[in-house]
Design a protein around this ligand. Structure first.
Ligand code: MRU
Length: 343
């Protein structure tokens, strides 16, 4: 197993505060936000200072610790802070998953123990996420038998507790000499590919070539890419996958060109209570994210914009869903149920 290629952590707990690497400023500046209340954590999630489904869940878990300290032993205050954290972004199920976990735990102990119990659990969830990513890296990496890979958005250390999901597979496969080259979509409009994925890979010494999403069809037509490898924000019980806008288009292109399509996500992203992708809430963000860039208008004055930030890839376009609990190949309701039951 390759243990290298892992230098970044987006979240740290220090001196009773959550330190959050402000991803909006990368790669130009590495600035850490010091968050001491749950409202600050919710705002960090809403405003994309932290992003990526598992990282959002872990941030919310630490936010719950701050909420417990602010609640003064009142259950109603604690639960209303948890609801505020849960409302920060709608699509990544890891957020609900982590908060439900913390809520259940708090229910089982006296209010005087909320703070220490929840903090221990937040640390445990954080460590478990990194361990899950390492396992997925090995499972998913073993499916790749050469050629280049294409990835989308940022699914790396920055998007998780550390190491990454799809990017963890790429790190592992690169370390084992299983891939020849990494291509990364720039990922409009937030540029998670060029700002964040490229930043992580360059730091790790893994060569990366960026492309605009419009170039993906030509890249896949060229025959160099063997796998498209992406993450997920929520995976429904039938294997449909919500992930960064543009993922669905990549899956269609991959199928058309005979390129395989891998989704890599921890079991905290599996939502067996949601029957299909049609039931997954898709976040639509402000028009301004498309109409301007770095604070400057880029669109003709008077134009509107449609800015859904996730889409749903139907299970039928996916070759493998890789989790730390195992792999579902050619996902369908039966395969999902077999590995994940009704979790
Ligand atoms: O809007 P973002 O940057 O939070 O979207 C992130 C993604 O879509 C990732 O692919 C997904 O969360 C998986 S991250 C391991």
């Amino acid at each position: 197993m390759s243990t290298g290629y892992d230098q970044v952590r987006p979240l740290r707990w220090e001196n009773d505060a959550l330190l959050m690497l402000d991803q909006r400023l990368l790669p130009a500046e590495e600035r850490w936000l010091e968050l001491r209340d749950a409202a600050g954590v919710a705002e960090g999630i809403r405003s994309m200072a932290v992003r990526g489904a598992p990282a959002i869940g872990i941030a919310a878990a630490y936010g719950a610790v701050l909420a417990a300290r602010e609640a003064g032993g009142e259950w109603a205050r604690l639960t209303s802070a948890l609801e505020m954290l849960g409302a920060a972004r709608p699509t990544a199920v890891n957020l609900e998953w982590a908060l439900q976990h913390m809520r259940t735990l708090a229910e089982g102990v006296p209010p005087g123990e909320w703070g220490q119990t929840l903090l221990a659990e937040a640390h445990a969830l954080h460590e478990a996420d990194v361990a899950a990513n390492r396992s997925m890296g090995q499972f998913g990496g073993a499916l790749i038998e050469g050629g280049a890979v294409l990835t989308h958005c940022n699914t790396g250390s920055l998007a998780t507790g550390g190491y990454g999901t799809a990017l963890g597979v790429i790190r592992s496969a690169w370390g084992d000499g299983r891939i020849t080259k990494v291509y990364a979509d720039e990922t409009r409009p937030w540029l998670q590919g060029s700002r964040l994925t490229a930043w992580e890979l360059v730091r790790d010494g893994i060569p990366v070539s960026l492309l605009c999403e419009g170039a993906a069809a030509s890249l896949l037509a060229g025959g160099e890419v063997s796998w498209v490898v992406v993450g997920a924000d929520r995976i429904a019980a039938n294997g449909d996958v919500a992930n960064k806008i543009g993922t669905y288009g990549l899956a269609v292109l991959a199928r058309h060109h005979g390129v395989r399509f891998m989704v890599v996500a921890p079991t905290s992203t599996i939502d067996m209570q949601t029957t299909s992708g049609a039931d997954i809430p898709i976040e639509v963000r402000a028009e301004d994210e498309l109409l301007s860039f770095a604070g400057k208008p880029v669109a003709a004055e008077g134009a509107g914009a449609w800015n859904p930030v996730f889409d749903v890839t139907p299970a039928g376009l996916i070759d493998a869903i890789v989790t730390e609990a195992g792999i579902v190949e050619q996902p369908d309701p039966a395969g999902m149920h077999q590995l994940f039951g009704s979790r």
